[in-house]
Design a protein around this ligand. Structure first.
Ligand code: ADP
Length: 553
């Protein structure tokens, strides 16, 4: 029985043999050549390369066996000469098997090939495992010369090299396979990364300060709309930045290279446009420093933040608008409560006076005052309604006939006696469909025309109120002109503010022009004024033609 130690060593040897994957492999020219060379050099009729397995010895290469009538590629281990050879470290030579008690009863000696001479060298791996032998055999007793023994030992070492080479080749193939699959994996990851970058609208960069060049990703090229490339120089990089943002961007780059910051975030616009708008870019990165804390690289990502910027801007505008509306609302509530109550108080006073008045003429005068107060109240309430309707109601575009509309509005003034001495009229140039919100347009015109009449100087010989309309496919320009009192220059900047009044000479609430401006802005139009004190005023309104929008619905 093998001792435990021996048993472990044998198990390790068999494992090593298995790892070389040589057992039961086909013939190989290199091994065949070695065995032929060995039998030639040793002048032996049989040459073998054997590997000793658990229960058998297997021939990787053989020469001369067939001649002695043995066609097998393996024999049982217990009759094997080689099993003895691998117990030693050196060449084992048996000059005459019949004289060696280890082999006297061996069937290979007594029968079949009738082996009388054996010389074998163990095949020892670099780790010391004896896997098998290179051996030569003959049917007569004999010996090997020193040179033949030496040659046999050299060839045994060569066989080990062949075995090592096989393993290296196998490992190389495996490594190549690994490399290929690793390469494919990396390519897949790169493709995924590129897809993620595109979806998230980001690109990556590595700016090497010493060489002034940038390694960039596919996503980077997509983002800046440049031809796919993996590297650009600093000049090309700076060309991507919007000219207006370039000085700031250069300063920032310099400050990063000179400063001590580790992380950075910087926003700017690039030259590329989307839907007519320059794309906003956010750079988020890190300064890579050497052991002396000198900056070596800037690495990071570029992100398209155009949409975010747009939302931010919208939010700012909405906030400003909200604050304005809040302020106006406060003012509005105060003024409305005051202006609505004031006439009621004066009406109550008038009612009391009328009640005690016996002179019918006086009563008549007082009733006229009541009528005026009520008219003022009525106009004020109408203005408030217009204001609230403008802010709440959706725009309802319809085809506008300016002729008809102006005829209608002017007809309301023909019944007022003092207006008879006024030259008033309108000119309309309109040969296209013009569409806008009729209700709002009426509010605008009513206010401007009524102001023009209200602030006229009737004593002037040629007092006039004139309206000019020029409507085309894009817009309508409406001018309401009068040669009335005009507005002092210092009032002009505030004339469209809520409740702002430039004079107290005529009754009014100061709401009219505010409503005009708000209504025009709702219709996405513009209003301007030219006025000179004592000379008159021209209000110029520009309204977009909503026909195109309506047709495209
Ligand atoms: P109101 O006429 O009720 O005072 P508006 O808002 O309509 O309020 O007008 C604001 C101010 O602008 C008026 O108080 C007046 O001083 C001035 N204004 C408006 N239109 C004219 C005009 N056509 N000619 C002279 N002044 C005008």
């Amino acid at each position: 029985m093998l001792g435990a130690n021996l048993f472990d060593r044998e198990a390790a040897r068999l494992k090593a043999l298995e790892e070389y994957e040589i057992l039961d492999t086909p013939e190989e020219q290199d091994f065949e050549d070695v065995v032929k060379l060995a039998s030639n050099i040793c002048n032996a009729s049989i040459g073998l390369i054997t590997f000793v397995d658990d229960c058998r010895q297997w021939f990787k290469a053989k020469v001369g066996l067939e001649k002695v009538g043995v066609g097998v590629r393996e024999t049982a281990k217990d009759i094997s000469f080689c099993a003895h050879t691998i117990h030693g470290d050196n060449l084992m030579e048996v000059e005459d098997t019949l004289k060696d008690e280890r082999f006297t009863g061996n069937p290979l000696v007594l029968e079949g090939p009738k082996i009388r001479f054996y010389a074998g060298v163990p095949l020892i791996t670099p780790r010391g495992h004896k896997l098998g032998t290179l051996c030569v055999l003959d049917c007569q007793p004999r010996t090997l010369t020193k040179q033949q023994q030496f040659a046999l030992e050299v060839l045994a070492k060569y066989i080990i090299q062949l075995l090592e080479l096989r393993i290296k080749k196998k490992n190389l193939v495996l490594a190549q396979k690994d490399h290929k699959s690793l390469k494919e994996k990396m390519q897949r990851q790169e493709r995924t990364l590129a897809r993620i970058q595109r979806a998230a609208r980001i690109g990556m960069f590595e700016f090497d300060i010493a060489v002034d060049s940038l390694k960039i990703s596919e996503g980077f090229c997509d983002l800046f709309g440049i031809k796919p490339t993996s590297q650009i120089n600093k000049t090309q990089y700076l060309e991507l930045v919007h000219p207006d943002d370039l000085p700031g961007f250069k300063n920032y780059l310099n400050s990063l290279q000179k400063g001590t910051a580790r992380r950075f975030t910087y926003d700017y616009r690039c030259n590329k446009k989307r839907k007519g708008q320059h794309i906003h870019i956010r750079t988020i990165g890190e300064v890579v420093r050497n052991e002396k804390a000198e900056p070596m690289q800037l690495i990071g990502i570029k992100q398209d933040i155009t949409r975010q910027k747009w939302y931010e801007q919208q939010l700012e505008e909405q906030n400003a608008e909200l604050m304005k509306v809040n302020e106006e609302l406060d003012n509005f509530v105060y003024r409305v409560s005051h202006d609505l109550r004031a006439p009621i108080a004066s009406l109550l006073g008038l009612a009391e006076i009328i009640d005690g008045e016996e002179d019918i003429n006086k009563v008549h005068e007082l009733l006229l005052l009541v009528k005026k107060t009520l008219e003022k109240q009525d106009k004020f309430i109408k203005d408030i309604l217009d204001y609230s309707r403008n802010s709440r109601q959706e725009i309802q575009a319809e085809i506008i006939d300016f002729h008809k509309l102006l005829e209608d509005i002017f007809s309301e003034y023909t019944f007022v006696p003092q207006y008879k001495q006024v030259e008033f009229g309108y000119i309309v140039v309109q040969d296209v469909f013009f569409m806008t919100d009729l209700y709002r347009l009426r509010v605008i015109l009513n206010n401007l025309i009524s102001n023009a009449f209200k602030y006229l100087q009737y004593h002037k010989e040629n007092a006039f109120v004139k309206v000019k309309v020029n409507a085309d496919a894009a817009k309508a320009i409406i001018e309401v002109a009068d040669n009335g009192t005009g507005i002092p220059a210092n009032h002009l900047p505030k004339i469209f503010e809520m409740f702002y009044r430039a004079t107290d000479q005529q009754p009014g609430s100061g709401l009219g022009l505010y409503i005009v401006k708000e209504t025009i802005s709702k219709l996405k139009g513009e209003v301007s004024i030219e006025s000179q004190q004592g000379e008159g005023s021209v209000f110029r309104v520009s309204l977009p033609n909503l026909a195109k929008e309506e047709l495209s619905r």
